[in-house]
Design a protein around this ligand. Structure first.
Ligand code: IDP
Ligand code: MG
Length: 151
């Protein structure tokens, strides 16, 4: 079991895609162990995207991610970091495989509907930015897993 962090970006929230995006992770079998809707302030946005601070798109990225509510989610699952990135698809929706969230729901890099941690280290770092440990529910089981265990 691994934890990863995803964020439904402001474009997706505005377009009414929260349910559709969460559903894909739920159906796949991920467990939601933390979830909240919030508006990022500039400081938090800069911290979240600190690896991109010197990129030409940094300013636009920060102003976009702070432009409206985002849904922050901590997921638990087997190999969760990589598995979530697979469901999410390539950064540029034009290059994302069909069936991925970005391929199906987005068509520009600047409005690619979702963030997902790219490594275990970043997952831990990002979860800590958005959640207190007391806001996460560790180790709950889905009935599905109980059934698999019995089989
Ligand atoms: P990721 O979200 O797939 O991990 P990153 O390289 O971490 O991609 O970039 C963070 C976000 O910054 C992307 O999701 C995208 O919205 C935006 N971004 C990345 N590269 C570019 C670019 O070349 N031009 C404009 N925006 C970009
Ligand atoms: Mg990234």
């Amino acid at each position: 079991m691994q934890r990863t962090f995803i964020a439904i970006k402001p474009d997706a929230v505005q377009r009414g895609l929260i349910g559709e995006i969460i559903q894909r992770f739920e159906k796949k079998g991920f467990k939601i162990v933390g979830i909240k809707i919030l508006e990022l302030n500039r400081k938090t946005a800069e911290k979240h995207y600190e690896e991109h601070v010197n990129k030409p798109f940094f300013e636009n990225l920060v102003s976009f991610i702070t432009s409206g509510p985002v849904v922050a989610i901590t997921l638990e699952g087997i190999n969760a970091v990589e598995a979530a990135r697979k469901l999410i698809g390539a950064t540029n929706p034009a290059n994302a495989d069909p069936g991925t969230i970005r391929a199906d729901l987005a068509h520009t890099m600047e409005r690619n509907v979702i963030h997902g941690s790219d490594s275990l280290k970043n997952a831990e770092r990002e979860i800590a930015i958005f959640f207190d440990e007391s806001e996460l529910i560790p180790g709950w089981k889905r009935d599905l897993e109980e059934r698999f265990i019995k089989l």
